[in-house]
Design a protein around this ligand. Structure first.
Ligand code: ATP
Ligand code: MG
Length: 653
């Protein structure tokens, strides 16, 4: 990197946290790892296109591409002219290779119901469903909305769409009818696939009823396919609604996969809505399948005999890339679970790991912080010795949560992979490669091979050490191809900050070893006494205190200081809020990371406003702190939380 293009120590976002612990994989892990030496990074740097072309061979193509990449900022085309099918890659090729008898899905329902499905089973189910979908009039390019509980049929539905070239848009089963309606409307979907109901903590969620309310206002929907799952009563509209089992029973056994162009759309998925109105992110087939297939092998070190468990819902990108397409393209055996971690008891996850001998666990920091809050007795009562690798995704993981995960769940023998990526990126971008990376609690470490991530100043100068804005310089295969129906928003959101570089919207610090530390969203950065401070480090300083389970900080307008830091804090069980603890915590932050980050106000709360995917919505806390009307709340998991927080805040102010 040339000198004039480099700003050393002139950071855009100030960094405060110092974390010096490092961890290396065991000799045993290294010896058996899929990736054992660093040359993979070099190979990618030397010729990025050749590198990705090599990894595109991890997918089976009907017709090979004639050009690896066509790049006209901000429009990328990967594997131009190539033809493939995602469903074929997740199913047919394994069956053909004699793996039909291998277990694909170990499903468990909330009340302990079990289903074991082989690749043969899934193959048959998907073929029939694909024909059933066709017979409702859906053709290649049409959009199909999927609104389902976490049952195998959700994966079948996605793969069946992929098989016939229909574009799926999965809407998380916890969304309201309004949110479902908005997404169906935006995507102009013709078919909705749903279920009668799903279960949530012993109660039935009446999905069909919610779907009915949405569909009543969606003129594009011609048919609704309904899976019988919870057996709750539903009303079926004549001519429109079809029972899934009837449709599948009547369907032919085999459905020839559509030969899709590499750049044909595989799916549209709406972002979580943490920072505002969700965006319909477009992913295409060839590049996406290449990236998810490769990263599953590198990052999860997936082997033939692993039992993989990603606890995300299929309604999020994590479920798309690391339940359905990545693992299934690699013929993985995986656990799929319909319930929640605390039903019927707080040891449910650990019981599942014990029962199925899960070897790879991929979950979210928000879950880990809840487990910490509940106490170690829950995991300690179960046998977790089958685990060999632990991953996290969704938010920055605070160092204390990382250490807890490492010690209490991983028994200090499992590498931890903190994976940074987004709905937009399609696959993991910054993450350790477990057999070769030295990990640091709180750091996602390094960009994966073939990913050109950097930290830039607002002016676009590279920061070689310190904080700034995360950026990705060159296109990568699973990159989003646009926002559905809004080309301008695509350009404005991701490509207008700098010339030719992608802007993910997150702040990051780069350390002297070249490791990346995600600092939180740029929208949430707090300008305090002339310094930009990210939320992550202040929150981590709070979580570092033995009484704190979770914290969210926001900058709010202050007449004297300009901006003051307000901290919303959830205590661990057994700790009482009070003035004394408030002062202790303020002091703790000042001691740990500096007086500049000392919160002016601490608000103890039992819960924080989160998206339905579990991410903290700081913009709503800012609205509360500054006495504004609340912004877009449609993606909020529980509206009561903000109402009671607002009341509490106003009381204490
Ligand atoms: P919206 O874009 O609508 O506001 P969202 O950004 O929450 O929603 P997702 O695509 O689900 O939607 O989330 C991606 C974001 O999650 C990243 O941009 C980042 O802020 C955060 N994130 C994910 N993984 C990590 C991680 N390992 N470390 C830090 N942050 C992470
Ligand atoms: Mg986002």
């Amino acid at each position: 990197m040339s000198e004039e293009n480099t700003e050393k120590n002139k950071e855009t976002v100030k960094t405060l946290l110092e974390e010096n612990r490092v961890f290396n994989p065991s000799e045993e892990f290294k010896k058996n790892a899929n990736i054992q030496d660093e040359s993979i990074y070099e190979e990618a740097v030397n010729d990025r296109e050749a590198f990705w072309a090599k990894h595109a061979e991890g997918v089976e193509w009907y017709q090979k591409w004639n050009k690896v990449l066509e790049w006209n900022v901000p429009s990328a085309k990967w594997f131009v002219g190539g033809k493939l099918n995602a469903s074929y890659n997740c199913l047919d090729r394994h069956v053909k290779a004699g793996k039909g008898g291998k277990t694909a899905i170990l499903w468990e329902g909330e009340e302990g119901e079990k289903r074991t499905l082989t690749y043969d089973d899934v193959y048959k189910a998907v073929n029939k469903l694909a024909n059933a979908i066709k017979s409702t009039g859906v053709a290649k390019g049409d959009r199909v909305a999927i609104y389902m509980p976490m049952i195998p049929e959700a994966a079948y539905a996605m793969l069946a769409c992929a098989r016939i070239g229909a574009v799926h848009t999965v809407v998380f089963g916890g969304f309201s009818s309004d949110s479902l309606k908005d997404r169906i409307d935006d995507a102009q979907a013709k078919l909705l696939i749903t279920a009668d109901g799903g279960s949530r903590r012993g109660k039935v969620i009446h999905l069909k009823e919610i779907a009915d309310a949405a569909v009543a206002e969606c003129p594009t929907i011609e048919h609704v396919l309904v899976v019988k799952h919870a057996s709750n009563e539903v009303s079926m509209q004549d001519g429109r609604d079809i029972w899934y089992h009837d449709a599948v029973e009547a369907a032919e056994e085999y459905c020839e996969p559509e030969q899709m162009d590499a750049e044909d759309i595989l799916y549209i998925l709406y972002t979580s809505g943490t920072t505002g109105k969700p965006k319909g992110i477009i992913h295409t087939t060839g590049g996406y399948m290449t990236s998810v297939t490769a990263t599953t092998k590198w990052v999860f070190d997936l082997k033939e005999n692993d039992i993989f468990w990603c606890t995300a819902d299929v309604g999020w990108v994590t479920g798309h890339s690391y339940i359905v397409y990545g693992p299934m393209s690699n013929a993985a055996t995986q656990v799929m679970f319909e319930g929640t971690p605390d039903y019927p008891e707080r040891n449910r996850f650990w019981k599942i790991i014990e029962d199925y001998k899960v070897s790879i666990l991929y979950t979210a920091p928000t879950a880990i912080r809840a487990f910490m809050k509940w106490g170690t007795e829950w995991p300690e009562g179960c046998d977790l010795s089958s685990l060999r690798l632990l991953g996290t995704v969704g938010e920055p993981i605070n160092p204390e949560a990382w250490i807890w995960y490492h010690e209490v769940i991983g028994k200090e023998k499992c590498p931890i992979i903190d994976t940074w990526w987004q709905t937009e990126t399609g696959s993991i971008m910054i993450s350790p490669i477990p057999g070769i990376t030295t990990t640091k609690p709180g750091s996602a470490t390094k960009p994966l091979p073939g990913i050109d991530a950097t930290v830039l100043t607002a002016e676009g100068k590279a920061v070689t050490e310190g904080g700034g804005y995360l950026s990705i310089k060159n296109p990568w295969p699973s990159m989003l191809r646009g926002i559905w129906g809004d080309e301008q928003r695509y350009k404005d959101t991701y490509w207008s900050k700098w010339e030719g570089s992608y802007f993910p919207g997150d702040g990051a610090r780069i350390d002297p070893d070249g490791c990346f530390w995600l600092l939180g969203r740029v929208d949430d950065v707090m300008l305090v006494a002339g310094h930009n401070i990210g939320t992550m480090e202040v929150e981590s300083a709070l979580v570092d205190h033995s009484s704190v389970a979770e914290a969210a900080v926001v900058g709010i307008k202050d007449d004297v200081k300009g901006t003051a830091i307000a901290a919303f804090v959830i205590l661990k069980e057994g700790h009482e809020p009070g003035k004394e603890l408030e002062d202790t915590l303020k002091k703790h932050v000042a001691n740990k990371i500096g007086a500049i980050a000392r919160p002016s106000k601490i608000i103890f709360t039992a819960e924080l406003p989160k998206t339905r995917s579990g991410k903290i919505m700081r913009r709503l806390l800012r609205d509360i702190g500054e006495g504004r009307a609340l912004g877009d709340v449609t993606t909020l998991a529980d509206a009561n939380i903000v109402e009671s927080l607002k009341a509490k805040y106003d009381d204490e102010a």
